[in-house]
Write a protein that binds this ligand. Structure first.
Ligand code: VGL
Ligand code: ZN
Length: 200
């Protein structure tokens, strides 16, 4: 494993959607090679907690029917239906902090900071922002799945909220609904001033 980025008490590590459906090869929306991030994510959880930083987890948490799913006209196969195996955090993930659920009311929950009603378009905040405020976080490191979807949306919101934002590519994998999404998203994150750390 290459050396990881620095952690301090003002850093919040946001671990996005390391759930069975994205992480396990048998999951409903399995991301290629996702199991390989588990040691990378767990090493960062330990480093962040040891430094006195905050670790927060997000969990995609959909109702059985939602316009987010292809079965109801959306872009994605059914995944992370609340209270199912697929929605559970992966058993090998070290959980050492609060969990924020998103998409609970049938919204698209791409960013950990906010969810968007896919029909009406209105955006509502999750409790993630308040958790970071309460901790006094100034810097946000975003890891997890998928790199080109929920990790990217979360990192872009963090940067827009003026946190110094870091995405270490070793601790994420891309789902690439469309070929080339990964590279396009990396360029977009860099344009937004996000520190995207290449993996060795
Ligand atoms: C995600 C697609 C649909 C993600 C969530 O966690 O990246 N991707 N819902
Ligand atoms: Zn989803």
């Amino acid at each position: 494993m290459q050396p990881i980025e620095d952690y301090d008490a003002r850093t919040a590590l946001v671990v996005v959607d390391v759930q069975n459906d994205f992480t396990d090869p048998a999951g409903g929306l399995a991301v290629d090679d996702a199991l390989a991030i588990l040691p990378e994510v767990n090493a960062r959880v330990a480093a962040c907690r040891e430094a006195g930083g905050l670790v927060v987890y997000t969990q995609d948490w959909h109702p059985e029917r939602t316009p987010h799913f292809a079965t109801d006209g959306g872009p994605w196969p059914v995944h992370c239906v609340r209270d199912t195996w697929g929605a559970a955090l992966h058993p090998d993930l070290v959980v050492d902090g609060p969990v924020v659920q998103k998409g609970v009311g049938g919204e698209d929950g791409y960013s950990g900071f906010s969810v968007r009603d896919p029909v009406r378009g209105d955006v509502t905040r999750t409790e993630l922002g308040a958790l970071l405020d309460a901790h006094g976080a100034e810097r946000v490191v975003v890891v997890g799945l998928a790199g080109d979807v929920c990790v990217a949306a979360t990192a872009e919101d963090a940067a827009a909220l003026a946190y110094r934002t870091v995405v270490p590519l070793a601790a994420t994998r891309m789902v690439e609904l469309h070929a080339g999404d990964g590279d396009r998203v990396i360029a977009r994150l860099q344009d937004a001033g996000i520190d995207v750390i290449p993996s060795a």
